[in-house]
Design a protein around this ligand. Structure first.
Ligand code: BTN
Length: 222
């Protein structure tokens, strides 16, 4: 069993969701991992497919201030754990060759933040009806064990959640091809991305010149 100083790791064979388990015992410093989730949760109420042993399904209970930038910091950590050439799609999807290999769900509970991260590690197949094209590390030629990935992810998260907000924004922009100059659609809004505001929200310049602040939603390239 893997140990990481400063954290308590609870690794389950099966859970409904690591997010729900974190809420059942939200002790700061707890890491919850499941080999398989029967009710894996994605953003916007979507499900997160969690086949046994094929992904890293993990939630961290963090004692950090609740702010929008935290969600970017967690995405930054997931990208760092996966390594180059992974790309970040605002707010926190990690892409390899344009397809999603990891997703982040951040929720607050009482006075803690629960950061859930799902990384597709060894899947060789995905359903065709997903909201966005998906891939796994194995399909992209990255072979890593879930244990090693958890160690890298935790070290990266220790680093990114301690960064000042401006530095999170700078590093996010540095590692994301979506933050500047990318033509995208987000819900009804269509235009070219033009940076992040000081809270970490995405700015999109529409063709009529209006700059819209994107608070939420799925960013899709067009
Ligand atoms: C997304 O929609 O991109 C977010 C996906 C987050 C999935 C992870 S897997 C571990 C944790 N437990 C869950 O039920 N969801 C998150």
């Amino acid at each position: 069993m893997i140990e990481i100083p400063g954290w308590r790791i609870d690794w389950f064979a099966e859970l409904d969701s690591t997010m729900l388990e974190a809420k059942r015992d939200p002790e700061p410093g707890r890491i919850i991992v499941a080999d398989r989730q029967t009710a894996g949760m994605g953003r916007h109420g979507r499900a997160w497919l969690s086949p046994a042993g094929e992904g890293l399904y993990v939630s961290y209970v963090l004692k950090v201030p609740i702010a929008p930038v935290i969600s970017l910091a967690v995405g930054l950590a997931a990208r760092e754990a996966i390594g180059n050439p992974a790309d970040l799609r605002w707010p926190n999807d990690v892409l390899l060759n344009g397809s999603k290999c990891a997703g982040v769900l951040v929720q607050s509970d009482a006075d803690v933040v629960i950061a859930g991260i799902g990384i597709n590690v060894s899947q060789r197949w995905f359903p065709g009806d997903l909201d966005t094209p998906a891939t796994s590390l194995a399909l992209e030629g990255i072979n890593v064990s879930r244990e090693d990935l958890l160690s890298k992810l935790t070290a990266a998260l220790d680093r990114t959640v301690a960064l000042p907000a401006e530095e999170v924004l700078r590093q996010f922009a540095e590692h994301s091809s979506f933050v500047n100059g990318r033509r995208v659609r987000v819900g009804e809004v269509e235009g070219v991305t033009c940076g992040l505001d000081s809270s970490g929200f995405l700015l999109v310049r529409e063709d009529n010149g209006t700059v819209t602040t994107i608070l939420n939603g799925g960013v899709r390239p067009i």
